[in-house]
Design a protein around this ligand. Structure first.
Ligand SMILES: *Cc1c(COP(=O)(O)O)cnc(C)c1O
Length: 392
């Protein structure tokens, strides 16, 4: 239990600031535990579990001993870098409870690697993310009772890193706080139905040389006004364009399935060129698409149907043309929160709607195959490579 003296251990004077060390984690349990709401009442991101994990960095002592302690407010100096200059970043990952009672994470090392890239982009202090993952595993095990025992449900995990230097000087924050919170969650869109997108090019989410490829908090606030307008017009999400080029949809990666002349299907997503968030789900969809018909068989798709994963530019014009010629088979969007969701309509000011074929149920065929395979791996019903990591 408690060894939290705040003094780095085994880290002599000359060694510099202490690195983050999961083995120094102290645990203080909440005096009373909250009731866990029934799975069907869960709304994404509304409630937090009983505890949080937290550690602080200062340039003299380095990382403090991590604490797992009762969930509660942070105390921040109003001068804090994160409040003034948005030195704030996060990750989104999930823990799943399998029928075998094991708690699993899905490719968590990819989230940790991405979090380190985000950290570097805004010059926050160094963090050993292998240690962060150890803390997350222990924390999630502790909160196990919050993971809904219902398919399609999970515990959403939000690791967050903020700059806490108390100074208005415009520059890198040499102080930081790392914390992890968890929220039990059901399907992102409660009623499973295909989405409508509004293509938007006058507001842009990302641009070459910008920060769209990183999970930085500062990328999201500017999307809220256009998103609100699109919702008022009856659309679910925005399809972000950069000129004619499609980048992403909402905070999800974009896929289109196109019929080829030889009868095979191309499964196309924009390449990771700095304007695209390199999603874990996106990457997984590309790999599973490529493995269909050899290593695996995607549910509902003939195993002799060849799918060609492609990372390349795709324009709104190409989408319109493919739709007009009957070659646009389906469009879907992917991300940790939603997993996979199909799109039924794409509108744009002054243009004819792109209407996608209506498939039975709420999914197109490739979207359904990917959804079933990914959730199967996440919930431990299926094995694929080393994608699913058990929390011991
Ligand atoms: C988080 C996020 C995604 C999805 O990434 P996953 O790793 O699959 O959850 C896609 N686009 C944006 C802008 C995001 O923030």
């Amino acid at each position: 239990m408690a060894n939290g003296s705040g003094t780095p251990q085994g880290n002599g004077h000359a060694a510099g600031p202490a690195p983050l060390d999961a083995s120094r984690t102290t645990v203080t349990l909440a005096a009373s535990l909250k009731p866990v709401p029934p799975a069907e009442e869960l709304v994404f991101g509304k409630i937090a579990t009983d505890h949080m994990a937290i550690a602080h960095y200062d340039p003299v002592n380095g990382w403090s001993a991590p604490e797992i302690k009762p969930y509660g407010p942070l105390m921040l100096d109003p001068l804090s870098s994160c409040l003034q200059y948005s030195t704030s970043l996060f990750e989104g990952m999930k823990a799943y409870l399998g029928a075998d009672d094991k708690v699993r994470l899905f490719r968590p090392e990819m989230n940790m690697a991405r979090m380190d890239r985000s950290r570097e982009r805004i010059a926050l202090p160094p963090v050993d993310f292998n240690e962060v993952l150890k803390i997350i595993k222990r924390f999630v095990k502790l909160e196990e009772r919050w993971i809904p025992r219902v398919q399609g449900h999970s515990l959403y995990i939000r690791p967050t890193l903020i700059g806490t230097r108390a100074s208005l000087g415009v520059g890198a924050s040499d102080h930081a706080t790392l914390y992890v919170i968890c929220s039990p969650t059901g399907p992102y869109f409660r009623v499973a139905r295909p989405l409508s997108l509004k293509a938007v090019g006058d507001y842009v989410r990302s641009w070459p040389g910008g920060t769209g490829g990183y999970k930085l908090s500062l990328n999201y606030a500017p999307t809220f006004h256009p998103q609100t307008v699109a919702n008022k017009e009856g659309y679910d999400q925005i399809l972000w364009l950069l000129g004619d080029k499609i980048t992403e949809a909402g905070a999800m990666n974009f896929f289109a399935v196109l019929m080829r002349d030889d009868g095979d299907w191309d499964v196309v997503t924009p390449s990771v060129d700095g304007t695209i968030l390199p999603g874990v789900t996106r990457h997984s969809c590309l790999e599973l698409t490529g493995a269909h018909g050899s290593e695996i068989s995607l549910y509902g798709l003939p195993s002799n149907l060849k799918l060609h994963p492609q990372e390349r530019d795709i324009t709104f014009t190409e989408l319109e043309e493919a739709s007009a010629s009957g070659k646009l088979l389906e469009v879907f969007v992917v991300g940790t929160a939603v997993v996979v969701a199909s799109v039924e309509k794409i509108g744009a000011d002054g243009k004819k709607d792109i209407v996608l074929q209506r498939y039975e149920g709420s999914f197109g065929p490739v979207a359904r195959g990917l959804y079933e395979k990914i959730t199967g791996i996440q919930e431990g019903r299926e094995q694929f490579r080393d994608w699913s990591v058990v929390c011991e």
